[in-house]
Design a protein around this ligand. Structure first.
Ligand code: FPP
Length: 239
């Protein structure tokens, strides 16, 4: 239940956040980039708990993109390590009644990570306070391409005809098929683009940008973004 300034108001059901600015946060302090990711991982935990507290039902966070493999190996390893540690600790979230799911192409991740991800998803599947969706090796274009391939296979197997393909069929083949579309997309750190995150699902989302670097992002910043969302008038293409 929401227990703060949003009591009684319709907070967005699905909030997506691009956790950006870790590298710059570290650079400003003369530290290696991986220290920024470590701080970013702390922010990730705080914001997840706060999202649940204010009544958000689905929270999607962009942790690693299909393009992030281009970064130096040391940095990629540091992010994978933080993810691995998080998977070991995720029991905390399970105690908090949070379901944890993953989107993205897992096949490029280590087998040990894939096993841990599967077990976290299974162990938390009945938890209902909030669903946390972590995007790992995720790219919206890659997700749509995989969905199109799956649909093409069904057509070639004779299970589906080309005329039956609708936006709904496409949605049913996305990694996010179980979740609602995005209501609010937040990008801190000063960039104003969505960088291939949930591009299909954010077609009608409200976008909130801010200059705060992710490691500095506070629960009150999330509340401010939700507040801005509530002030906007969403028309879904109507009048
Ligand atoms: C973008 O900042 C951030 C990432 C590519 C990694 C995000 C990862 C975490 C927050 C930690 C991982 C935690 C878990 C639990 C998976 P950037 O490096 O692009 O920052 P910059 O734009 O300032 O360089």
């Amino acid at each position: 239940m929401a227990d703060n300034r949003f009591d009684g108001q319709e907070v967005p059901a699905h909030v997506a956040i691009i956790m950006d600015g870790n590298g710059r946060w570290a650079k400003k302090r003369g530290l290696p980039r991986k220290f920024g990711h470590r701080e970013g991982a702390k922010t990730f935990r705080k914001i997840t708990r706060h999202a649940k507290k204010i009544g958000i039902k689905y929270l999607s966070l962009y942790a690693f993109s299909t393009e992030n493999w281009k970064r130096p190996k040391d940095e990629v390893d540091a992010i994978m390590d933080l993810f691995d540690k998080y998977l070991d600790e995720v029991r905390d979230f399970i105690e908090e009644n949070i379901r944890v799911c993953f989107i993205g192409d897992r096949t490029r991740l280590s087998e040990s990570l894939q096993r841990k991800m599967k077990s976290v998803e299974e162990d938390s599947k009945d938890f209902s306070a909030m669903t946390l969706i972590l995007a790992i090796n995720y790219g919206g274009q890659d997700e749509i391409t995989r969905a199109v391939k799956a649909i093409a296979q069904k057509v070639s197997d004779g299970e589906l005809s080309a005329d039956d393909i609708t936006p709904k069929v496409l949605e049913e083949n996305l990694d996010t098929k179980e979740f609602p579309l995005v209501d609010l997309l937040i990008r801190p750190s000063g960039e104003q683009r969505i960088s291939n995150f949930l591009i299909w699902q954010s077609a009608y989302a409200e976008y909130v940008f801010s200059d705060i670097l992710w490691p500095d992002y506070k629960p009150s910043d999330l509340e401010d973004a939700v507040y801005e969302y509530l002030e906007r008038n969403r028309r879904f293409g109507g009048v």
